[in-house]
Design a protein around this ligand. Structure first.
Ligand SMILES: [Zn+2]
Length: 332
């Protein structure tokens, strides 16, 4: 066990000079029961950064660590890939949805970016519950449903309700890909927990945004719209995000990594897009560096050596990961 100080630490708030401990399980704040620190690490430390929407089937996941991403949520692939990802080392901490549950012939069965086996087509409410069970048996820790009426049929209301209530009964959340007019509101009505993307098909009404802010989490993925060129979909999504954030909604930094020309690591443009939508430094830190329920910082921590300045997106994007093994080299 190593006990050391850092200049500043973010744990759902700025803590200033902080004493941390590192052991083979990762990093956590020291308590009065721990011995005195024996070393100092210059810079600011945050929990290991998370990308809350990736597709490990489309990228080299092991490269995420060098890119500054310690935790990744996989938003859909074939079930047979999962055991391989879990066994790989070194690799980010991952959680995954398993297959995308969809209507027969629905997205993404014909979209081309995913193999057919990445979709689980369901014929009705009973089949939807079975599909949820299949994902959880394979190790999925949340469920993803496709509500994309721009790309084919979508599950009907009875099927969607059965899917969500069965997932909730099994103790997991449901994320939805919503695309097409009215699909975001359908997700809200069905008590879906997470939107896989900030909605871009339509400007949502303020009362819908308010209700979503109280019950839903949105994964940002703003940069998929134009990759920096700010198209029409970007503008609509950005406006929805601005109002969702103002209403107190929880935004998670996520990039849909694997789809399109995105950097294999922290995407500074995604952070800038969130900043453009009104998220200041603390909100950005909350979105990308979540504090865990047990108060730990994770197996890997994010370290920034530059001074905090007036460019929060650029400052956060300069972070590098430290694990308990390379910590020893840094302190040596
Ligand atoms: Zn995706």
């Amino acid at each position: 066990m190593t006990v050391f100080t850092v200049d500043d630490c973010w744990l759902d708030g700025w803590r200033g000079r902080t004493t941390l401990i590192a052991d083979s399980g990762g990093f956590r704040p020291a308590s009065t029961a721990h011995p005195n620190p024996t070393a100092h690490l210059a810079g600011t430390i945050l929990p290991g950064f998370r990308d809350a929407h990736v597709h490990l089937g489309l990228i080299d996941g092991s490269a995420l660590l060098d890119g500054g991403i310690a935790v990744a949520h996989d938003f859909g692939w074939s079930l047979d890939a999962i055991s391989d990802w879990i066994a790989r080392e070194p690799f980010p901490e991952i959680s995954f949805a398993g297959q995308l549950i969809t209507a027969e012939g629905g997205y993404p069965t014909t979209s081309g970016w995913a193999p057919r086996t990445a979709a689980r087509e369901v014929g009705g409410p009973v089949d939807a519950a079975d599909a949820v069970d299949e994902q959880l048996s394979a190790g999925a820790s949340f469920i993803k449903v496709a509500l994309n009426s721009d790309a084919g049929p979508v599950p009907d209301d009875d099927t969607l309700d059965a899917l969500v209530s069965h997932a909730h009964n099994r103790g997991v959340t449901v994320a939805a890909h919503v695309q097409g007019i009215g699909q975001a509101s359908r997700a809200l009505g069905a008590a879906v927990d997470t939107l896989a993307h900030s909605p871009w098909s339509e400007r949502l009404e303020d009362d819908v945004i308010q209700a979503m802010a109280e019950t839903m989490v949105w994964v940002s993925t703003l940069d998929i719209h134009g990759w920096g060129s700010f198209d029409r979909d970007f503008a609509v999504a950005n406006d929805n995000v601005r109002r969702f954030h103002s209403a107190g909604g929880e935004l998670r930094y996520g990039t849909d990594l694997g789809n399109g020309p995105l950097p294999l690591g922290i995407n500074e443009r995604e952070l800038r897009a969130l900043e453009h939508a009104g998220l200041e430094l603390d909100a950005l830190a909350r979105a990308i560096a979540p504090t865990r329920p047990d108060g730990a910082l994770g197996y890997r921590i994010s370290r920034i050596t530059a001074e905090r300045d007036d460019d929060p997106a650029g400052w956060l994007a300069s972070a590098h990961l430290i694990d308990p093994i390379n910590l020893e080299e840094l302190l040596a």
